[in-house]
Design a protein around this ligand. Structure first.
Ligand code: KG4
Ligand code: ZN
Length: 347
């Protein structure tokens, strides 16, 4: 048993630790709502020239950065180590070496400070960012989790009733943005670049598919990326801006259609979107437009809460603590980790 359930408790100051990909992040959260400090050290520059994250380089950088970032985080928060009441850490999914470093760091702290350790699923963290944005928000809601590694549609009828409605069969939405940016020679990470160029492009310049838009809750983006490649070859005169705008319009249409259908079918009046792709300006605008038309409440975290950060991990840990969850020092790091991890047989 690496997770067990004790009496519910509410840590006043909780430390969040995030290192599952190419961002090292530490945060101190007060009473589950107030971010006393949240520091993110991005490795984007380091991986840029390789066009994607190089796992070994990512691990070395996490190792270098974790200790000094911890010191800086506590000093910014004005908190001494002894005041921390719990340590929450991403224990998966992610790059295994990178997750391991964060977990080892958090375990050491929990042991030395003699405080509870709480393992958090990275996606649970992204979902928690929605509640950091609007602290008084309560389930039920449906939320789209769209990042570089994942695309998931989840239904949260109650705090404990998380239901995954669908996920991607192949590429994640952010991965599709990054791959299209790469084939256009734009650089890494591609999402923000495609977003920016799309603003001066025509959305109907290329005729692209809307994969699985009207079918179920699953997603598929790899065919769309291939369609961009094929269309670009047969229409070399179309500008990069037009390609970006056409691609982005296709992704946004699929994401928005499915999220709104889920809201209708589940009968909820709150929709949310989280994860790095939730920074996308067209997705934000389109969801805002449709939500206001349908009278739905839309929650979109601020961009710094959408991309990887430890404040959301701290919030998810705080939420788990309120339900009584703790992890033991046997907590494992997992490259793949289902959202139901605390209840799964091996947990
Ligand atoms: O959540 P995140 O920071 O890390 C993961 O857990 O993967 O998401 C990173 C992803 C990248 O694929 C990046 O290209 C994408 O989010 N992204 C965007 C935008 N900003 C970041 N995609 C589209 N439009 C954006 N403005
Ligand atoms: Zn993420």
């Amino acid at each position: 048993m690496t997770h067990h359930r004790l009496a519910p408790y509410s840590p006043r100051l909780i430390l969040g630790v995030e290192s599952s990909c190419d961002e090292t992040s530490l945060a101190v959260l007060e009473d589950g709502v107030k971010i006393r400090a949240s520091l993110v050290s991005s490795q984007a520059e380091l991986h840029k020239k390789y066009g994607g994250v190089v796992p070994e380089l990512a691990c070395r950088k996490h190792l270098q950065v974790l200790n000094p970032l911890y010191e800086e985080c506590l000093s910014q928060a004005g908190v001494s180590p002894g005041e921390l009441e719990a340590v929450a850490v991403t224990c998966g999914p992610g790059l295994i070496g990178a997750v391991l470093l964060g977990v080892a760091f958090a375990k050491t702290l929990a042991l030395v400070l003699d405080r509870p350790l709480i393992g958090v699923n990275h996606l649970e963290g992204h979902l928690a960012s929605v509640f950091l944005q609007e602290p008084e928000l309560e389930p039920p809601l449906v939320c789209l989790l769209v990042s570089g590694g994942h695309t998931l549609l989840v239904h949260l009828p109650t705090w404990e009733g998380l239901e995954v409605l669908g996920s991607t069969r192949d590429d994640a939405a952010g991965e599709a943005f990054d791959k299209v940016a790469r084939l256009l020679g734009l650089g890494y990470p591609g999402g923000p670049l495609v977003d920016r160029l799309s603003r001066s492009g025509r959305r109907d310049a290329l005729d692209l598919p809307r994969p699985m838009r009207d079918r179920g809750y699953e997603f598929s983006f790899s065919g769309l990326k291939t369609a961009v490649l094929v269309e670009r070859k047969s229409h070399p005169e179309v500008s990069v801006e037009d390609v970006c705008a056409s691609f982005q319009a296709a992704v946004v249409e699929v994401l928005a259609t499915k999220l709104l259908r889920a809201a209708r079918e589940k009968g909820v009046s709150t929709i949310a979107v989280a994860g790095g792709v939730a920074c996308n300006s067209e997705l934000r605008l389109e969801l805002a437009r449709q939500a206001s038309e349908l009278g739905l409440r839309l929650v979109v975290p601020s961009p710094s809460l959408c991309t990887d950060n430890a404040a959301m991990i701290a919030r998810a840990g705080w939420e788990a603590a309120r339900l009584g969850w703790r992890s033991t020092l046997e907590l494992e790091a997992r490259a793949n980790l289902p959202l139901s991890f605390r209840r799964s047989p091996w947990a």
